[in-house]
Design a protein around this ligand. Sequence first.
Ligand code: GTP
Ligand code: MG
Length: 471
Amino acid sequence: MPEISSYGDDSPITAFATTPGSSALTLIRCSGNGALNLAEKIFSEPEKLRQTAGNTVLHGWIVAANEKIDEVLISVFRSPKSYTGEDSLDISCHGGIAAGKGVMAALRDCGFRDALPGEFTFRAFMNGKLDLTRCESVMELVSARTDKGRGHAINRLSGVLEHEINATKKQLVQALSGVEIFLDYCEDEISAPADEAAGHFSGQRLVQETLARLRKLAQSWQRERIYQEGILAAIAGRPNAGKSSLFNLLLKEERSIVTEIPGTTRDWIEAAVSLEGIPLRFADTAGLRESLDPVEKIGVERSRDLLESAELILYLIDGTAGVTGEDRAFITGNRPPSQLLLIIWNKADIVPMPTTFPFTANGPIGVSAKTGEGIAELESAIVKTIEERLNTADEQPVSAAASLGTIRQKNLVEAVAAALEEALVLAERKEPLDLIAPLLREAVNSLGEITGEVSTADILEEMFSKFCVGK
Ligand SMILES: Nc1nc2c(ncn2[C@@H]2O[C@H](COP(=O)(O)OP(=O)(O)OP(=O)(O)O)[C@@H](O)[C@H]2O)c(=O)[nH]1
Ligand SMILES: [Mg+2]
């Protein structure tokens, strides 16, 4: 097999589109110049394959060295009507490990090479089938963890973000055109259009509008990031407060060890759960206390580090011990400014939650991790706490449902906004237009980078290499 270190050729490639394992079917994808001709060599019906129209399905056998490897269905796509824009085949083999492996070996032997990560989508981009925002949404879709995450990715796959970016770019190009005309006129020493000649940048209003649109878009990332990565919610409290019991209850499985011995949990553990479409990563931590036991000590240190990075802390008070000095110190102490905190009174089955507390904080909510009492209320409070934070972040909601899907897009949108802000400051100061023009050009360029209209081989390779193989 040839050593291919970079994307960019159109040779026939193949990859598993499904993970080989115990399943009814395995799907293998093939694409590239000459892919159909190569496949003829190992298909029991070569003539049919040669003559068939695109978008058809053929039944037959994969045969190698006169041996039937598997009975398959081949979906045939002819260029340009395929995902990649090239001649392509999807081979449905029997599931399990052996059938797929056998077919894959036959494909390699007849000349297909293994696809690089994301190479099919890369080719779709190069052949003008998808812009970069849609390519990225393909990956988002594959890794979407909740229905909402899926919905947002589908929006971008249908081009909502691409259209929004192109619309803002159009506005900006319009603003830039007045400046460019002036600069051209200057070169030719011909008199300029009135506005620009008087030193006024006539596109200020357009730039302001574009900037407002981009700011909304940049804000959408905060919500989007949460749908993609989830929120880290750490359960904290003194030893024996019932953290592991609550963790298990929220997960609906016995993941963490629960005993009546304080200091049971040593190393923190994490598990993913979705609450009303919000993906959460709950972490059970070691009970916070000064310990002489070297192992527990390390566990507590590691838990404290985790608590620093958590976006939400569920702080458990052991109802049977009441609010201790350590509880109060944690609740009223310094924490990262963006960190959310929800106070929980546990063991309410033994000691009901008091009506007043010696601190003000979000909550408290009375629960019993033993009987399940109050857990539904706790789950609603968690969702509400996160939603409130998201709503403050979304002071200007993204009306057109266009939202950003990747940090790459977010960085570029912010770069565009920064350039436009600077351009507006210069325009306000009535600075010469040849200082404003480069900023506007830079902004237009960065918008083009978002959709991939402007791109370099390095950027593309870096981006697609993060995709999974077979996509
Ligand atoms: N009655 C009652 N007992 C509880 C409740 N929650 C936990 N317990 C008991 O309290 C003890 C400690 O529970 P854990 O969940 O292990 O407490 P923890 O906070 O994880 O403790 P460490 O890992 O040692 O920090 C166990 O015996 C639990 O059965 C509750 O709501 N009510
Ligand atoms: Mg524990």
